[in-house]
Write a protein of this length. Structure first.
Length: 129
């Protein structure tokens, strides 16, 4: 049951007191225990803390975590699509070579399918890689 605080409205008394009452009784005016005059219910501070998943503190923490996560994702996407991310090294069977054209020639010499290197050779010619 809640604790209600009251103050006597009699200017001579002005006594303040607390009562533990049910919700329905707490809304009714209570007589002053000293003088019997009418009282006014006071608004008091509470000392309880709302805990759990649905309250403000956790929502703010999760919002901050999601913001950081989204920033990391955006950075990775920028790297991936801007060309500043990891680059593919021209190679044949794991042996690195200097250019995609050299890789295509080496693949032909080894009897591999060299046409798969053509798109990279053309990008290299345009200066895109």
């Amino acid at each position: 049951m809640p604790i209600y605080e009251y103050r006597c409205e009699n200017d001579a008394c002005r006594h303040e007191f607390e009562e533990i009452l049910s919700f329905s009784e707490g809304e009714k005016p209570q007589p002053c225990p000293k003088c019997g005059s009418t009282t006014k219910k006071l608004v008091s501070l509470s000392d309880f803390i709302l805990k759990g998943d649905g309250w403000f503190g956790k929502a703010q923490r999760i919002k901050g975590q999601m913001k950081k996560k989204n920033e990391r994702i955006l950075e990775r996407q920028k790297d991936r699509y801007s060309g500043t991310g990891p680059r593919i090294q021209p190679n044949v069977d794991g042996k690195p070579v200097d250019s995609w054209a050299d890789a295509q020639k080496l693949a032909k010499e080894k009897g591999k399918i060299a046409e798969t290197y053509q798109p990279m050779v053309e990008k290299e010619k345009r200066g895109e890689t």
